[in-house]
Design a protein around this ligand. Structure first.
Ligand code: SF4
Length: 419
């Protein structure tokens, strides 16, 4: 079962020195984030961009509210090796200065750069340098803020079915703005229609995917700290991506942007939209059957996994009741209980083989000896990842209702296809 991506135009962001990133078309879904530094503070900004790059971001956006920010851009771009996007609001001159400084993509907000001649100047400069533009509408930027009477009128009109109407206003605004681009024969465009409300995000992007063939940049804006913003973001972005909608994503948190990269990367990986590059940990949630301190053990396993350079799947289970089924496909697994741990490793035939039983205080050290040995075998081409059958019989096997396979055999169920 794999996700069928919606077909869009393709834009290319970057250059030889900073790498090329495709958005849309046949390109994989790209991961981006935004710095939280003052861009004019060159050293701090470069340091953060490099950390985000190492963390797995494909592109990084920076804010350029003042001229001192666009002045700093040239040096920043010199010192990093990842495409940089300038986030422009209110002042179209910042876009022109950023393009001059060598930026790889521009974001314009139709809510605050509205004059056709100004937009046309940015389009012309981008065309000359071969730079794409994201037209990024935000729910917050669409509502009138300056004129009190108009604002009251708009709010009254939106009172009935706010979400539905807001969706349509954002999409219509995008359509109107895009006319400036098509009048200028400029199609190197990415679109976004963000909101803090996941329902609006879902409906706005679904509508955009029906109306436009431009690649889509997905995001839930102002989602809050990771603890509360994570669900809000993942529910909207995950649902869209699973339907094949979305060509680049940015998760927005009120926190160090490395968390945006970590969660964005994990989201793309669990959906099979990005190959996994680091080890993967699965662990049981623990319950009344637990006989060891699995939570403490798991955090130590997680910490040590950062040193493993192969995407080995490690399973840490509290007992053998549900564990074997959940461990199917993991490369190294430990079933802990009664003060000891039984360690299984996928053998050359892809069968999880019991390699040892160790006392509780030796579980982690021994587990990592086995994880490292397995990773080395993968690197030598002697073992395949996520290939193991776990042939451990749980104490309470499947009863007379039969297994899932029995059900498929009996009823001839077809596997669903995601569209
Ligand atoms: S694996 Fe065992 S201890 Fe862990 S949640 Fe399942 S039944 Fe409970």
């Amino acid at each position: 079962m794999s996700i069928v991506r919606r077909k869009t135009r393709k834009v290319i962001v970057g250059d030889k020195l900073h790498g090329f990133v495709g958005i849309g078309g046949d390109a994989p879904v790209a991961l981006q984030t935004m710095t939280s530094t003052y861009t004019y503070d060159i050293d701090v900004t470069v340091k953060q961009i490099n950390a985000l790059h190492r963390g797995g971001a494909d592109m990084v956006r920076v804010a350029v509210p003042d001229k001192r920010d666009t002045v700093a851009l040239k040096e920043i771009i010199n010192q990093v090796r990842i495409p940089i996007i300038a986030d422009v609001h209110f002042h179209f001159e910042r876009a022109l200065e950023a393009i001059e400084a060598g930026v790889h993509k521009i974001r314009l907000n139709p809510g605050n750069i509205k004059d056709r001649p100004k937009v046309e100047k940015v389009i012309a400069a981008c065309r000359e340098r071969g730079i794409p533009i994201r037209v990024g509408a935000n729910e917050g930027g669409i509502i009138e803020r300056g004129d009190k009477a108009q604002r009251a009128e708009e709010k009254a009109a939106l009172a009935n079915d706010y979400k539905g109407q807001m969706t349509m206003i954002m999409v219509e605004k995008l359509e109107e703005y895009l006319r400036i681009f098509s009048d200028n024969d400029f199609y190197d465009v990415v679109l976004s229609a963000k909101s803090v409300d996941p329902e609006i995000v879902l409906s706005a992007y679904s509508e955009c995917s029906k109306r436009f063939d431009f690649p889509l940049h997905l995001g839930v804006t102002h989602a809050g700290p990771p603890e509360t913003g994570r669900i809000r973001s993942v529910v909207a972005l995950g649902a869209l991506l699973a339907q094949g909608i979305g060509d680049t994503i940015r998760i927005s948190y009120a926190a160090d942007p490395i968390h945006e990269v970590e969660d964005g990367k994990e989201l793309l990986q669990v959906l099979g939209l990005r190959p996994r590059t680091e080890p993967e940990l699965i662990a049981c949630p623990t319950c009344g059957r637990i006989e060891i301190d699995l939570i403490a053990m798991m955090s130590e396993v997680r910490r040590r996994m950062a040193q493993i350079k192969v995407p080995v799947k490690v399973a840490v289970m509290g007992c053998v009741v549900n564990g074997p089924g959940e461990c199917e496909g993991s490369d190294v697994a430990v079933f802990a209980g009664k003060g000891r741990g039984v360690i299984y490793v996928s053998n050359n035939e892809g069968v999880a083989e019991q390699v040892c039983t160790v006392p509780e205080n030796e579980i982690i050290d021994r587990l990592f000896v086995e994880v490292q040995k397995f990773a080395d075998r993968v690197q030598r081409g002697e073992a395949r990842l996520k290939n193991a059958n776990v042939e451990i019989k749980p104490p309470d096997p499947i009863g007379e209702l039969g297994s899932g396979w029995d059900k498929i055999k009996k009823d001839g169920l077809a596997l669903p296809v995601m569209k």
